[in-house]
Design a protein around this ligand. Structure first.
Ligand SMILES: C[S@@+](CC[C@H](N)C(=O)[O-])C[C@H]1O[C@@H](n2cnc3c(N)ncnc32)[C@H](O)[C@@H]1O
Length: 288
C-alpha cells in the first residue's frame, strides 16, 4: 500500500481501515446478539424443515466483516446443526468489508453463504442477484440502521424490507443501539475514547494504528462522528506514518420506538420488541 498523506474516509473503505474496524468494533466478547439471532433462526426454521421446501433464506444487511454470520455458524457447529436447506446472504455496500468477511468465515458453512455487494436501500436488487425469491430472516444488527442518516433513507430501507420479506412467516430484526438513542447519551454515538489510542494490527506485520482527536456534533438527529486515524509502520529506524485518515461518519440518532411508527407506512407489521444487553431488537413482518 502506498504512502498517502491525507484522505477522508469512513472505517470501511480500505484493507487497513477494515482491519482496524475489526480490532475496535463490538465482538462476541462485548455483544451477544449472534446467539439471540441463532435462537430466532431455529424457532423460525423448525416449522419449515421440509426437504422439498425452497431454501430458508437469511439476509444479514450491513454484514460488515461477517461477525453475525460467523456467530451463527459457530452456534451451528456447537450443536452439530448442518444449516439444513439454509442459504445466507451477507450484504454490504463496502467491498473491503465483504472481502474480510469471506476471509474470517471458517470453512464449515462456506457453501451456504453468498457475499453480495449491495445496498440496504435497494434490497430488491440484492434479491435479484441472489437468485432467491424471499427472505425468511432479515437482520440489520448493532444499530447499523444509524448509517442511514440522510433524510428518507430509514423509510426507504423499511419499504425495501417489506418487498423482500416472505409474507406471513418472514421476520425482520432491526437493532437500535442504546448509544444511538437521543435521550440516553447524546455525547456518545460511537467508539470515542479521549486522547490517543494505539493498537497493533494482528493482520499486517509491524503495523500499528494511532487514533486521536475524537469529536462529534449533533444536529437534526444526525451526529457527525470524526477522528483521525494514522496507519504507522514500526521499523528499526523508527515509526513511519503510511496514511493519515480523517474519519468522518454520519450516524442517525433515534427516539425510542420511532422505528415502529415509521414501519406501517412502509407496509410492515410491527410484531414485538426484544431487549438485548445494549440494544433493542424491533421485529417486523408483512401480511400473508
Ligand atoms: C457497524 S458495521 C456492522 C457490521 C456487522 N453487521 C456487525 O454487526 O458486526 C455497519 C456495516 O454496515 C455497512 N453499511 C452502511 N451503510 C450501508 C448501506 N446503505 N447498505 C449496505 N451496507 C451498509 C457498512 O459498510 C458496515 O460494514
Amino acid at each position: 500500500m502506498s504512502a498517502n498523506p491525507e484522505k477522508f474516509n469512513d472505517l470501511y473503505s480500505s484493507p487497513y481501515l477494515v482491519d482496524y474496524y475489526d480490532l475496535v468494533a463490538p465482538n462476541s466478547d462485548s455483544i451477544d446478539d449472534a446467539s439471540f439471532y441463532w435462537r430466532v433462526y431455529q424457532e423460525l426454521r423448525s416449522p419449515l424443515l421440509k426437504p422439498t421446501r425452497e431454501p430458508f433464506v437469511i439476509m444479514d444487511v450491513g454484514t460488515g466483516t461477517g461477525r453475525v454470520i460467523q456467530g451463527l455458524s459457530n452456534s451451528a457447529a456447537v450443536i452439530g446443526d448442518d444449516f439444513f436447506n439454509t442459504k445466507v446472504l451477507g450484504v454490504d455496500n463496502a467491498q473491503h468489508m465483504l472481502d474480510k468477511a469471506a476471509q474470517n468465515l471458517d470453512s464449515l458453512f462456506k457453501e451456504h453463504v453468498s457475499w453480495i455487494l449491495g445496498s440496504a436501500l435497494d434490497l430488491a436488487s440484492v434479491m435479484a442477484q441472489s437468485g432467491y425469491d424471499k427472505v425468511d430472516l432479515l437482520i440489520f444488527s448493532i444499530g447499523s440502521i444509524s448509517h442511514l442518516s440522510e433524510k428518507g433513507q430509514p423509510e426507504k430501507f423499511l419499504e425495501q424490507v417489506s418487498r423482500v420479506l416472505r409474507p406471513g412467516t418472514g421476520r425482520a430484526y432491526v437493532s437500535i443501539y442504546d448509544e444511538s438513542l437521543l435521550r440516553k447519551s447524546e455525547e456518545i454515538a460511537f467508539h470515542q475514547p479521549e486522547g490517543i489510542t494505539e493498537i497493533k494490527s494482528q493482520t499486517f506485520p509491524n503495523i500499528m494504528y494511532r487514533e486521536f482527536n475524537h469529536r462529534g456534533d449533533i444536529q437534526d438527529k444526525v451526529k457527525d462522528v470524526k477522528f483521525e486515524l494514522q496507519v504507522v509502520e514500526q521499523t528499526e529506524l523508527g515509526d513511519q506514518v503510511l496514511e493519515t485518515n480523517n474519519i468522518s461518519m454520519r450516524m442517525r440518532q433515534w427516539e425510542e420506538d420511532e422505528l415502529v411508527s415509521m414501519s406501517s407506512d412502509a407496509g410492515l407489521n410491527f410484531v414485538e420488541k426484544a431487549r438485548g444487553k445494549h440494544e433493542t431488537f424491533y421485529v417486523f413482518s408483512t401480511s400473508a
